[in-house]
Design a protein around this ligand. Structure first.
Ligand code: RM4
Length: 260
C-alpha cells in the first residue's frame, strides 16, 4: 500500500475530488483528517456527505476525523492541523483541495463572487499549506503537499475569469513552496484536473450540448471521474514520487493538448 500508516489531511474532503482523495488514501493504508464546509445536502443518500465518507473510511479499517471550517480563514488551517495532530499524532501528507467555481460572466461579476473565489481557492491553499508545512518541519521527517490546481491554470474560461487566476496561483504556490520547503524534505506538487464530473460543474454540464462538446474534446472520450484524479494525488503523495517536487500533473484525458 502506497500510504501505509501515513496521516493524510484533505481539505474539501466530503465531496467531489476531495472525497475521492480521502477514500483513495484510506484504501492505501492512511488515516485521514477531512476538512469540509457546510454539509447540509443529502447527495450521498441518507447520510450527509461527510457522515457517509467517514463511514466509508471507517469501514476500510482506517481512522478518520472530520472538521468543519472555511479554509479562507487562516485559523481554519491551523485548527485543522492541530486537531489532526491531537487525533493521530502527526501529519505526513496534505491534499490542499478545497475549491469553489461559481460560474459567472465577467462584465457583471459582483465583487463578492470574485473575492470569495480568491479567498477559498488561493488564500485557503496558502494558509493550510503554511500550517501543514510548519507541522511537517517540526516533525523533522519531511512530508508531501499536493494541491488541486486545474487545467484552468493553463487555459482560460469565459465564465471562469475569477477562478482561472486562482488555479494558476495554486500551481505557482506549489512551485515556490517546493523551493521554500525542499530543505525540510517537504515535496510540493499539484494536479491539474481537466473536466471531472462533480457537484462543482453539475449545473454547467447539465447543458447537454456543453457536456457533449466537452466529451468530444477529450481524446480519451469521457469526462473524468474523481478517482482518476485521486490516484494521481496518491502517487504524488507517496514515496514513489520521492524525487518529484515543484511539478504539476495534468489529469485531463488529453483535453489540454487537443487543439488541432
Ligand atoms: C475546471 C475546468 C473544468 C470545470 C471545472 C469546474 O478546472 O474549467 O472544465 O469543470 O473547472
Amino acid at each position: 500500500m502506497l500510504l501505509e500508516n501515513k496521516v493524510v489531511v484533505v481539505t474539501g474532503g466530503s465531496r467531489g475530488i476531495g472525497r475521492a482523495i480521502a477514500l483513495a488514501s484510506a484504501r492505501e493504508g492512511a488515516d485521514v483528517a477531512i476538512n469540509y464546509w457546510r454539509d447540509n445536502d443529502s447527495a450521498y443518500g441518507k447520510a450527509s456527505a461527510v457522515e457517509s465518507i467517514v463511514g466509508e473510511i471507517e469501514a476500510l479499517g482506517r481512522r478518520t476525523i472530520a472538521i468543519e471550517g472555511n479554509v479562507a480563514e487562516r485559523e481554519t488551517g491551523i485548527e485543522l492541523i492541530q486537531r489532526t495532530v491531537d487525533a493521530f499524532g502527526r501529519v505526513d501528507v496534505l491534499s490542499s483541495n478545497a475549491g469553489i467555481c461559481p460560474f459567472h460572466a465577467f462584465l457583471d461579476m459582483p465583487a463578492s463572487v470574485y473575492e470569495s473565489t480568491v479567498a477559498v481557492n488561493l488564500n485557503g491553499a496558502f494558509y493550510v499549506t503554511q500550517a501543514a508545512a510548519n507541522q511537517m518541519k517540526a516533525q523533522g521527517t519531511g512530508g508531501a503537499i499536493v494541491a488541486t490546481s486545474s487545467i484552468s491554470a493553463l487555459v482560460g474560461g469565459g465564465m471562469q475569469t475569477h477562478y482561472t487566476p486562482t488555479k494558476a496561483g495554486v500551481h505557482s504556490l506549489m512551485q515556490s513552496c517546493a523551493i521554500a520547503l525542499g530543505p525540510y524534505g517537504i515535496r510540493c506538487n499539484s494536479v491539474m484536473p481537466g473536466t471531472i464530473a462533480t457537484d462543482l460543474n453539475a449545473d454547467d454540464l447539465s447543458d447537454a450540448d456543453k457536456r457533449a462538446y466537452m466529451e468530444k474534446r477529450i481524446p480519451l472520450g469521457r469526462l473524468g471521474a474523481p478517482d482518476d484524479v485521486a490516484q494521481c494525488v496518491v502517487f504524488l503523495a507517496s514515496d514513489r514520487a520521492r524525487y518529484v517536487t515543484g511539478a504539476s500533473l495534468l489529469v485531463d484525458g488529453g483535453l489540454f493538448v487537443n487543439l488541432q
